[in-house]
Ligand binder design. Sequence first.
Ligand SMILES: N[C@@H](CCC(=O)N[C@@H](CS)C(=O)NCC(=O)O)C(=O)O
Length: 233
Amino acid sequence: MKLYQTYASPFPTRVRLLIYAKGLEVEIIEPPGFHASTEAKGDYLQINPIGRVPALVLDDGRTLPESEVICEYLEDAYPEPALRPADPWGRARMRLLSRICDVYVVMAMVPLFNLSGRSRRHWDPAVIEAAVGKVAEALGYLEGYIGEDGYAVGGGLTQADGAIVPQLVLAAEWIPGLFGTPDPLPGLPKLSAYWRAVQSDPIAARLIAETRDAVAGVAAQAAAQAKAAAASA
Ligand SMILES: N[C@@H](CCC(=O)N[C@@H](CS)C(=O)NCC(=O)O)C(=O)O
């Protein structure tokens, strides 16, 4: 199998959790044209007409976009070790936490992703403040459902951890670091305790390290592009 993805994006990260935990043989490919790159997506649109990462290509050539769908496929096709709780309520909680990340946390960050690609003179403090407030509100939804035993749900690593950990790198590290805004976690004790504890899981730690490195790379690339654009203006 092949996974088209980038390390800075939270969506493929949740797929990599399954790949690592299940020990699957998957070639990782980073298509051009994502994040701060100026390249067009080109041939990638033939692999995923939606034009987003991730996309999984099976050995027989069939292709699947959308991170949640890919995770559910891998879970069904390679059930061991299970990364879904066994009971229906646990599974519902896992899906709920993942959905909160997709629908509320990421969407709240979009204005900040957009600003990060622009020179600082375009950074409107009111836009930043509003977006940071929305991110804190969305993290508050996670606070209401997050597990209290070191994992998102069910006392062990699940798909929900793959959805949450990259979001916390972005929300608790990247946003305060880049925009100089407060760390949102101190007001969220359960999420803070989770964030501290999950980092001792080796697979979560690997995903966190990969996300941190990739986000730093994208930030450096964006800063260089903004500097070049300012110099030529
Ligand atoms: N619902 C999709 C969202 C995927 C997504 O939005 N990926 C972003 C990267 S964070 C992307 O590919 N954006 C298009 C772009 O950067 O041009 C999924 O869960 O796979």
